[in-house]
Design a protein. Structure first.
Length: 713
């Protein structure tokens, strides 16, 4: 056996392969019970999303000294031609029943209402039902809203009844997240099965990467659960959903690359153990570098101010690291255990001809080699034109009404309520100040434009004073999730912060949204350059060059801009979305750069290997020919798994899924196969500067198709 087998001998040796399998089976046996508990460990309350140092977060924490943490649900009744006496009797009876309700965090006596839109001939009414956040927290919101709905019914005979407010909206979000793990798991699994069938054309072979990815996912979920329970790791519905997509997408990509190299070596070696050892030796560095790029890029998110973004970092990093480990150990061990027959019906035999030099990608490489400068200039221009769509990008946040792909009951209720009551009713400002300056602070709040002056008061269940502090609420005239309401919060903060010794702070739902926007803007400015630095350092270490990494980073940035530009146009004119979430550019950038650079790593490491043997320019063509099919398949799998996010009824997930899937396809079919190839062909051996390969390589010519045919025996 070759002395270049390296770690491959430890993984796929004649005895080692069985040891690896047993170790993974033991690990799965121990971790599977914990993986199933990950949903229970999710923390979806406000503090898990908000920036820790934000004013709204501090208000949220201080508020707990005055009253239990609560989120109000608002029952809205409306009849356009006016409420009848029977309607008012029903509303009064509903209010009485809600006062007696004791279920899922509802304390009954704290309810307010009914409140009518006008004293005579009212057309609408509201009942406010605070939902107390118990130990189970946000898990109780949806059941609490269901209990309210059971009590008040669904209206009828012209009387509209809806449950809205923060409680109603949170319940609809909770239902949208419900089953997210199983939905994404089944969607991602379906995509992977279809793509592996198309790629391998083997029903037996697809089982090996599929089993390996599932093992990696369960193991990662178990580790994350244990860290969440015992080490304070924050996991929420967003990070848990993205974990599934990342493990399936990245894990399958690594499997495809290894299988392609293993198949090559099976043509050259009779012993499958030696073939796998050499495949791991030659493809392993690229796979490890690819995984390290994703892991380190995800860990950069720890620098974020947003708790939700910071929590996603280690969750995603753990998922990709476990997937990498599974694909470098369990996956090759299983392939060797099953033997060559696993490739049925197209079984690779020792001595079969290698068709790399005659395939589609080899022919494409030779065509690009004729005029590489013209090709990369035209391609870069097209991508630059696509990036002009960025002028349509509106990543300024979206309202609750625009956050769902459909229109749940809470959104309908919000629209109905806004026709008859102040639009901000049900989601007030929360103001805390020193008791001595409370009156002055209250007057400043009431006098601020955008605040309903008569709405100022203590919420139900609140102590008048606590350790020299006072808490009160105020209703805004604009919808709580609107840009106008955020501007009102800014004005209120300016007004109360100017009062000496008041130590006043402003929180509430709108203030939280405002603080999240500010934190996300900070994160965008900080994290995007950090990720680029991390990727650049990894590429320099892997390729032992400076020019090549700079070219690759430039192509990735151009690809990201084009993907965002096309996506913005699609969101405006195809899907009719109102805008994008503020963290949309950051997430798309991190996923595209960390994952999209994979394909450049796969290609350029093979080019460097071939350049050392035959020169850079012919090495480019051979590298493209050898990796073209597998990278294309990997890109389709990864794009498909991210597109699975579109199965969730939430605009934010759908937008991220679409943009990342589109960017991956651009990287696969245009950036890697055309732009990078033509750039390397044009620059030639200088791409390896300052390594010795740049000096020794020379400018070996690319063999044309006619020359290749004439040289063939």
């Amino acid at each position: 056996m070759s002395d270049k087998r390296g770690i491959g001998h430890l993984v796929c040796g004649r005895r080692a392969k069985w040891v690896v399998l047993v170790l993974w089976l033991v690990a799965l046996f121990l971790t599977a019970p914990f993986a199933q508990k990950l949903t229970d460990a999710q923390d979806n309350d406000a503090a898990s999303w908000l920036p820790g140092s934000a004013e709204s977060t501090q208000v949220l924490e201080i508020s707990k000294d005055f009253r239990p943490e609560q989120i109000p649900a608002v029952v809205v009744y409306a009849r356009e031609d006016g409420l009848t006496a029977q309607d008012r009797a029903q509303i009064a009876e509903d209010a009485r029943q809600l006062e007696e309700l004791r279920a899922h965090g509802i304390r009954g006596a704290e309810t307010q209402g009914p409140v009518y839109d006008r004293e005579t001939d009212p057309r609408a009414a509201q009942i406010f039902v605070p939902i107390t956040m118990d130990e189970k927290g946000w898990e109780e919101i949806a059941p609490a809203v269901d209990s309210i709905r059971d009590d008040v019914g669904e209206g009828g005979d012209g009387l509209a009844v809806h449950i809205t407010g923060p409680g109603g909206t949170s319940a609809d979000f909770s239902e949208a997240f419900e089953g997210i793990d199983s939905t994404l798991l089944l969607s991602a699994m379906g995509v992977v099965i279809v793509m592996l069938l198309i790629t391998y054309r083997s029903p037996s072979l697809l089982l090996v990467p599929l089993l390996s990815v599932i093992a990696a996912l369960f193991t990662a979920q178990a580790l994350i659960y244990l860290l969440a329970e015992h080490a304070g790791l924050t996991v929420n519905g967003q990070s848990a959903g993205i974990l599934t997509v990342l493990v399936f997408g990245a894990g399958t990509d690594y499997a495809l690359l290894l299988v392609a190299r293993y198949r090559e070596e099976l043509h050259r070696h009779e012993d499958r153990h030696e073939a796998m050892a050499l495949a791991l030796h030659r493809a392993g560095p690229a796979v490890i570098a690819s995984g390290a790029t994703v892991v380190l890029s995800m860990l950069v998110l720890l620098a974020a101010e947003m708790n939700s973004t910071r929590g996603l970092g280690p969750v995603a990093a753990i998922g990709v690291a476990v997937a990498l480990l599974a694909m470098l150990t369990l996956f090759p061990a299983l392939l060797v255990i099953f033997g060559r027959w696993i490739f049925w019906p197209v079984v690779p035999h020792h001595g079969d001809p290698d068709r790399i030099e005659t395939g589609l990608w080899a022919r494409m490489g030779r065509r690009i080699a004729r005029r590489p400068r013209m090709v990369w200039a035209a391609t870069a221009l097209i991508l630059a034109v696509c990036s002009l769509g960025l002028i349509q990008l509106r990543a300024e946040g979206i309202s609750n009404a625009d956050a769902f792909t459909g229109k749940p009951d809470s959104i309908v209720g919000q629209e109905v309520s806004a026709r008859y009551f102040p639009a901000g009713a049900g989601d007030p400002l929360v103001v805390i100040s020193n008791e001595a300056q409370a009156r002055q602070v209250g007057e400043a709040v009431a006098a601020t434009r955008g605040v309903v002056p008569t709405s100022l008061g203590l919420p139900p269940g609140t102590k008048p004073s606590n350790e020299g502090k006072v808490l009160f609420e105020a209703t805004m005239t604009d919808p709580a999730d609107s840009e106008a309401a955020k501007q009102t919060v800014e004005r209120v903060r300016d007004a109360v912060h100017a009062i000496p010794d008041a130590d006043a702070q402003v929180g509430g739902g709108t203030a939280s949204l405002l603080d999240m926007d500010k934190a996300t803007t900070h994160d965008n400015i900080l994290i995007i350059p950090l990720v680029l630095v991390v990727v650049m350092l990894i590429l320099c270490a892997l390729l032992r060059a400076l020019i090549a990494p700079l070219l690759l980073i430039g192509t990735v940035i151009l690809s990201f801009a084009a993907a965002l530009g096309i996506s913005a146009l699609a969101f405006r004119y195809l899907f009719d979305y109102a805008g994008e979430t503020t963290d949309f550019p950051l997430f798309v950038f991190v996923f595209l750069v960390a994952l999209g650079i994979d394909y450049n790593i796969f290609l350029t490491t093979r080019i460097r290997e071939e350049a050392a043997r035959q020169g850079t320019r012919p090495g480019v063509v051979t590298g493209l020919a050898a990796t073209g099919a597998v990278i294309t398949s990997a890109g389709l799998v990864l794009a498909g798994t991210f597109a699975a996010l579109g199965t969730l009824p939430m605009v934010g997930f759908a937008e991220i899924g679409f943009a990342v899937a589109l960017g991956v396809l651009l990287d696969t079919f245009i950036v890697r196969s055309v732009l990078v190839t033509s750039l390397f062909l044009d620059v030639g051996a200088k791409v390896w500067w300052p390594s010795k390969l740049a000096e020794e390589d020379g400018d070996a010519p690319v063999v044309t198709e006619a020359e290749r045919v004439s040289q063939t025996p």
